[in-house]
Design a protein around this ligand. Structure first.
Ligand code: GLN
Length: 447
């Protein structure tokens, strides 16, 4: 704990943490030490963890990188976090992120941007940017992020660490501040696939507080990391051949595919015919869900309340106008629009239908192949401010990651070398729903 606290101090300028629980972490480390001495410690004894500022920890602040939750303290702990605590993990602080997990660069936080350790003039990716940078710079052993459309995998790729988005319904969302409930997944960000497996097995499984969690048995992922035999691998042709993807990324992905071929795996190109509909479908449905989820922040029940208030309506209006940042307001407006009576069928209903088609196509591909491999992102980390004025450019950062969330299947980003500027590149592997056991074993084999 002492070492991690020192590194947090050294790397303060990266702005990865919103709040550090120094004294509490030290105290807890002593308690865990005592349990270790008595041979009573849990499986994660001494594992120092940071949590994204969207996960509730009883008695602590949580505000999704937003002014609107200023001063709010959670009265309970997220199930996933509680399960890690029950195994004696130590929480060292809460980590900076894009406001309400909306973003791909971690520049939309009320607490200011997070910077990439590899080059502090560049972004760490988002929205779990603080969580990825904290692991990258060794400010904690592992982090918990959340992934609605790529927010664990994309920053993991930009920072050269491992990011896992499990199947939808593998980990309880209880205590995760909601962005888009039918997409949101909690996921670990780690230095190794082994750590990701261990954290997943502790967090996963049914929870009386979240009815969308699967009752399927949770394998001991960390004990099953040996990969044997041949895999049928499909690779997303676009991510290796398209001019829109940076040459260094294409080369690195291609190099992995060549190596897999040499090892005797079958490797074939796949054309995802619905790829171009993934982002539009994602943005229609997630903004719709966000507009509904964020309606609870009204200036009355939680956090921030405007001073400029004359009546009830102005209380709502002013508190929300002052409390939410530009990107969140944009998405609430968009979501309200696609759900409005006159446009509901044209946008929301249609997007639901397309979601089903994307899910079916993904499932069909994953019945032909054990894994779908692609680049995680079309570019490596970009400069701070570079895409802030152009939302569509920013949204394109998730072109390869949103499919897994639209379809609900698991996907992982593992480090795959550096580009010519020394910036990290990631490799994405996707597999059938609830086949994390295979996904993790194969990823361990590759990394
Ligand atoms: N960048 C995507 C968005 O802005 C993904 C965010 C996420 O996964 N939380 O919606």
């Amino acid at each position: 704990v002492g070492q991690y606290l020192a590194r947090i101090e050294t790397y303060q300028h990266l702005n990865a943490f919103v709040e550090v629980y120094a004294e509490e972490a030290r105290q807890r480390a002593l308690e865990v030490d005592a349990r270790l001495a008595r041979h009573e410690a849990g499986r994660l004894a001494g594992l120092v963890l940071g949590i994204k500022d969207v996960l509730c920890l009883s008695g602590h602040g949580v505000q999704a990188g937003s002014k609107i939750l200023n001063g709010y303290r959670s009265p309970f702990t997220a199930t996933a976090v509680q399960r890690l605590l029950d195994e004696d993990a130590i929480i060292i602080g809460r980590q900076n992120c894009d406001e309400f997990a909306m973003g791909s660069s971690n520049e939309s936080s009320y607490f200011g941007p997070v910077r990439n350790t590899a080059d502090p003039e560049r972004v760490p990716g988002g929205s779990s940017g603080g969580s990825a940078v904290a692991v990258q710079a060794g400010m904690c052993h592992a982090s918990l992020g959340s992934d609605t459309g790529g927010s664990v995998r994309q920053p993991a790729a930009f920072c050269g660490v491992v990011g896992l988005k499990p199947s939808y319904g593998r980990i309880s969302r209880w205590g995760l501040l909601a962005y888009a409930s039918s997409f949101d997944c909690i996921g670990p960000i780690t230095k190794s696939v082994e750590d990701a497996a261990l954290l997943l097995e502790v967090m996963a499984g049914p929870d009386e507080f979240d009815s969308t969690v699967s009752g399927r048995e949770v394998p001991r992922y960390s004990q099953k990391l040996a990969w044997e035999g041949q895999a049928r691998i499909g690779y997303l042709r676009e991510s290796v051949e398209s001019e829109a993807v940076a040459p260094a990324i294409r080369q690195r992905t291609q190099a992995v595919l060549d190596e897999l071929r040499e090892q005797g795996h079958s490797v074939e190109p796949v054309d995802m015919t619905l790829l171009k509909y993934c982002l539009p479908t994602y943005y229609i449905l997630t903004t719709a869900e966000a507009s509904s989820n964020l309606s609870r922040f009204d200036g009355v029940r939680y956090g921030y309340r405007s001073e400029q208030v004359v009546d009830l309506e102005s209380l709502y209006k002013q508190s929300r106008t002052e409390g939410f940042g530009a990107e969140v307001r944009r998405r609430i407006l968009l979501g309200t629009f696609v759900l409005s009576a006159n446009y509901y069928d044209a946008y929301y209903t249609r997007a639901q239908r397309v979601r089903k088609l994307i899910r079916q196509e993904t499932e069909r591909l994953l019945s032909q192949y054990d894994f779908l491999i692609s680049s995680v992102t079309p570019t490596t980390s970009f400069r701070l401010g570079e895409k802030m004025e152009d939302s569509l450019q920013m949204y394109l950062a998730d072109i390869f990651t949103v499919q897994a969330n639209v379809a609900g299947v698991p996907a992982i980003s593992i480090p795959n070398g550096l580009d010519e500027d020394g910036l990290p590149i990631g490799l994405q592997i996707m597999s059938r729903a609830f086949s994390e056991e295979n996904l993790l074993a194969f990823s361990a084999h590759l990394s």
